[in-house]
Write a protein that binds this ligand. Sequence first.
Ligand SMILES: Cc1cc2nc3c(=O)[nH]c(=O)nc-3n(C[C@H](O)[C@H](O)[C@H](O)COP(=O)(O)OP(=O)(O)OC[C@H]3O[C@@H](n4cnc5c(N)ncnc54)[C@H](O)[C@@H]3O)c2cc1C
Length: 319
Amino acid sequence: MMRTVFLWASENEWARRRLARLGFVRRAVSRFMPGEDLEDALTATAELNRAGLGTVLTLLGENVTKREDTAAVVGHYLAVIEAIHARTLDAEVSVKLTHLGLDLDASLAEANLVRIATRAAELGQDVAVDMEGSAYTQRTVDLYRQVRAAHANVGLCLQVYLRRTAADLESLAPLRPMIRLVKGAYAETPAIAFADKAEVDAEFRSLAQRLLRAAVPAAGSADRAAHPADSPRVVFGTHDRRLIDELARWASTEGIPPAAYEFHLLYGIGRDEQRRLRAAGHRVRVLISYGGAWFPWYMRRLAERPANVWFVVRSLFAR
Ligand SMILES: Cc1cc2nc3c(=O)[nH]c(=O)nc-3n(C[C@H](O)[C@H](O)[C@H](O)COP(=O)(O)OP(=O)(O)OC[C@H]3O[C@@H](n4cnc5c(N)ncnc54)[C@H](O)[C@@H]3O)c2cc1C
């Protein structure tokens, strides 16, 4: 019920205009966001890097409706890529295609992604493409396929709650793509998405194992532990400690080294877990979202864990 309300609010303009202005809501969101400015995200990156954690930076915003606004988004990401390079930070960017103009014109979004990917490749960085609601899945996969053919440094997020994702993984496999597997954060119907948590978790496990088997040499082979440098990156975007531990254990019994996969978590969620994983020898990145357009994104974070509402309530009384 709470999840439905937050996911409704995430898409509601009336709720955004009223709630996003309230001081206590703004205070509560700061738990998940180091600040609205790029500088805040870069400062947080430097601090996380010192603890051995990389970051993924994403400017909040989606469903851009003006061509010139997409140009500003591209300009911003190009500046982020330069800043990462200039400050020798361990960071990369992740973008939403509707932020780059997918609602206006797929070829505009594609050209924008290519500009970002090209500069990132010149500076030795990867770029990830977020996955949005199911209205965009097919277009995102198609556009990704097109761009990935010429830009090996571009990865894609896939949501395991969608029944179609196993088939998407299969069809993308020949590209040897960098995939970030997540559970999925949008309101989807049972016709297209698993609704039950146990089913979503089982699908995550199964697709994660499939990705790892494809990314590293054949099971039992002596090369497996070596993990060739040109293997595609495999990313698990989750805070689910049980799932994380199960996957790490499974990989270890299969002889797949920790260098073959990464765990990515969101800024402000599972902070101890991020450090615990790093200390255990895993590759870990923290996804930092920043910017003024935080309302829909924050509503999705509340929907994932309604207990987060207590942070909002507590911030009502904080000064
Ligand atoms: C790096 C990264 C990138 C992502 N990219 C996308 C994307 O492109 N598209 C997309 O649809 N979704 C994306 N997501 C969100 C994802 O789909 C899930 O909605 C989200 O990660 C919650 O699921 P979970 O795997 O953490 O597991 P869950 O089973 O939901 O949670 C497991 C545990 O994690 C903790 N937890 C989970 N969420 C929260 C929260 N909001 N606040 C506090 N604790 C929490 C709780 O302790 C919970 O018990 C991304 C997530 C991550 C971590």
